[in-house]
Design a protein around this ligand. Sequence first.
Ligand SMILES: NC(=O)c1ccc[n+]([C@@H]2O[C@H](COP(=O)([O-])OP(=O)(O)OC[C@H]3O[C@@H](n4cnc5c(N)ncnc54)[C@H](O)[C@@H]3O)[C@@H](O)[C@H]2O)c1
Length: 438
Amino acid sequence: MKIAIFGLGYVGIVSAACLARDGHEITGVDPQEAKVELVRQGRSPIVEKHVDGLLAEALADGRLRATGSPAEAVAATDLAFVCVGTPSRRNGSLDTSAVERVCEEIGAAVAAGGRPYTVVIRSTILPGTMRNVVIPALMRAGGDRVAGLLKIANNPEFLRESTAVFDYDNPPKTVVGSDDPGTAAAVLGLYAGLPGPKIAARLEVAEMVKYADNVWHATKVAFANEIGNIAKAVGVDSWEVMDIFCQDTKLNISPYYMRPGFAFGGSCLPKDVRALTFKGRDLDLDLPLMNALIPTNARQVDRALEIIGAKGLRNVAFLGISFKSETDDLRESPQVALVERLIGKGYSLRIYDKNVHLARLMGANRAYIEGVIPHIADILSDDLGAVLDHGALVIIGNPAPEFRTLAAKLRPDHRVVDLVRIPGLAEALGARYDGINW
Ligand SMILES: NC(=O)c1ccc[n+]([C@@H]2O[C@H](COP(=O)([O-])OP(=O)(O)OC[C@H]3O[C@@H](n4cnc5c(N)ncnc54)[C@H](O)[C@@H]3O)[C@@H](O)[C@H]2O)c1
C-alpha cells in the first residue's frame, strides 16, 4: 500500500521502517526539516536498533520518501498513520493539539483530492478523542463531502523504546478501533503476517485499552518496587521473591482478579494487606501504592451506595451476601459492609443467600452470624421469590449460579444494581439495569 506516516518520532519512524521493509511505499511527514532531511538520506532521526538499516534499504529500493508537506503526502498515498506526539500539559492533561492540526491538514487534502482515504491514529489518545477531536478536525475543511471519502480508525501502538523493531514484529496484540468493521478489517490486514491476537473493537474501547495497558505497567513497576523495599528492609532477596511470584500464572500473572466489579474481601486479602502495610510503617517505609489499597476498596462500597441511592427506591432485595458465591464465609465481606450501611440509612432490606442461610441452620457459621451480625440474620432468607417480592430494587452482591436465570423471575417494576455482572442480565433488562462499573 501507499502509506503516509505523520510524525517521524519513535512510533512514526519505527512504523515507517517496518512497513517499508514489508513492501509498502512510505511517505514520511514531519514539520521538523532536520528529521525530514535525515529520512531522505535513509538515516534514522532516533536512536533505535535496526531502524537505520531498514531505512537505508527502503530508500535504496525506492520505497521511502519524506516531506514537510501534508498535502503532498496525502496526494501520494491511500492511508495515513498519525504518529505525532501527545504530551502532557503542565496540569497533567493531554495535549492533542498536534493530532488535531494533522487531522485538519489531512481533511483539507482529502477534500481537495476527492479520493477515498483512510486515516489511522496511532498516537495515544484518551477515550472520546477520536469522536470529539479527531473526526471533527478531519471533517472541518470539507464537511459532508470528506465524510463520504474518509475511513477512520484508531490503532494504539504497544512498542517499547530500545526493542521497538522486535516489538513491532512481535506485538502482544493488535487492536484496531473503528465504527466501520470493514475499515477495522482492512487496517488489521496490514499486520496479517504478525503474531498475536488481532482485535477489532469500538473506537473508545481501543483508546481506553492503551491507557489500561500503560497504567497497569506503571502499577506493576510501583508494586514490584514497594515489595522490593519491604523485602530489603527485612533482609529478603526481592528478586527471588518476585521470581517465585511470577511463576504463579494462575493467580498472579493471569486474568484472575482483573475484572472490574465490587470490593475485595474475605478472611485473607484485607487482613494481609493491613499486616504488610503495618509492617511497612514499622520499618519506616513509605508505601503509597499499598497504603492506597484499603481506602480504594472502601471507596468501591461508597460507590455502590451512591448508585443505589440514585435509584430512589427504599425497599431492597439483596441477593448474595457472602464475599464469594458458593461459600458461607462472611468475614470482612464488603457485601455485609454495604448491607449495614443501607440498614443504617433506613432502607428496608431482605437478603437472599442460600449458603449463608444454610450455614446458619447447620450451625457452622451460626456463632458469627448470630453474634456479630444478628441484625442481618433476622432479614436473611433462602426464599428467592419472597425476597424479590419485598424489594423493587434488586442488588446482586455475588454471582451465585441461581442468579443466571434472574431475568425471568423479575417483575416489570424491578430495578437492578449488579455488582458482579451476571451474564446476559444487562441485555435482558435494558434501562432497568445498572452495573457498578460497566
Ligand atoms: N515512544 C513510545 O515508545 C510510544 C509507544 C507507544 C505509543 N506512543 C505514543 O505515540 C505518539 C508519538 O510518540 P513518539 O514517542 O513517537 O513522539 P515523538 O515526540 O518522538 O515524535 C512525534 C513527532 O511528531 C512530529 N509532529 C508534530 N506535529 C506534527 C505535524 N503537524 N505533522 C507531522 N508531524 C508532526 C514531531 O515533529 C515529532 O517528530 C504519542 O502519542 C505517544 O504517547 C509512544
